[in-house]
Design a binder for this molecule. Structure first.
Ligand code: PXP
Length: 243
């Protein structure tokens, strides 16, 4: 019998398509084309992180995405004035506030919502007043969840990085945090480091409404798609001297 419970939505993070494009400085591979493929394949939305250093997604990626797609766009951003202005200009469906440090490889750990209430309060208010759904990327920690509720952010995204590293007790921590989020009236999302091997237990948590997944999906696309692209190039090279 099929389950009656709705499945968690999937937001596909296309940052690393841009990482690959930027390695050559041209326009291929195109994050917008990747977003369209992801949506055609069943993604419910597209997530992208405009970092202060623009190391992957660039401003024009966000504006092209916003102009071309009708699916929800979730903009991950640091809690800065610059990012708030960009968000209010482009009006994505949602903004996920993440901590950002220049030298980190990726988003390491959740936002300290409890310790940064004064900074976050006007940002959550300004984005919400602009009609943008605000989410806070936090560790599965009750104090952070309570801070998110007090900031009136409608959504939290639980950082699954520690779970992805197989730390003992993390799945239980995520489940308890997701249940607390629901009890506090917050919609609960989750993401970071999720793969084919570790996604199922998180996707099964009844309080998790959305998963945001990037690095592994783009890596899997390269690994699993490479055979087809080599075959096509092989055929083109062969055909070049046949005609
Ligand atoms: N959610 C948030 C808030 C993130 O910052 C990231 C990483 O950009 C992800 C989800 C996706 O993580 P991963 O690329 O490891 O799947």
């Amino acid at each position: 019998m099929p389950s009656e419970r709705p499945t968690a939505r999937l937001g596909v993070n296309i940052d690393h398509v841009a990482t690959l494009r930027n390695a050559r400085g041209g326009s291929f591979p195109d994050p917008l084309e990747a977003a369209r493929i992801a949506l055609d394949a069943g993604a419910d939305g597209i997530t992208l992180h405009l970092r202060e250093d623009r190391r992957h997604i660039h401003d024009h990626d966000l504006s092209r995405m916003r102009a071309a797609l009708t699916a929800p766009i979730n903009l991950e951003m640091a809690a800065t004035d610059e990012m708030v202005q960009i968000a209010l200009r482009t009006r994505p469906h949602a903004c996920c506030i993440v901590p950002e440090h220049r030298r980190e490889v990726t988003t390491e750990g959740g936002l300290d919502a409890a310790g940064q209430m004064a900074v976050l309060r006007p940002i959550v208010a300004a984005l919400s007043a602009g009609g943008i759904r605000v989410s806070l990327f936090i560790d599965p920690d009750p104090a952070q969840l309570r801070a998110a509720a007090s900031l009136q952010a409608p959504v939290v995204e639980l950082h699954t990085g520690a779970y992805a590293l197989d730390r003992p007790g993390e799945l239980q921590r995520l489940g308890e945090a997701a249940a607390l989020a629901s009890a506090l009236g917050l919609e609960c999302h989750a993401g970071h480091g999720l793969t084919y091997d570790n996604v199922a237990p998180v996707a099964a948590l009844p309080d998790v409404a959305e998963l945001n997944i990037g690095h592994y999906l783009i890596g899997a696309a390269i690994v699993h798609g490479l055979a087809g692209s080599v075959r096509q190039m092989r055929a083109l090279i062969r055909a070049a001297r046949e005609g």
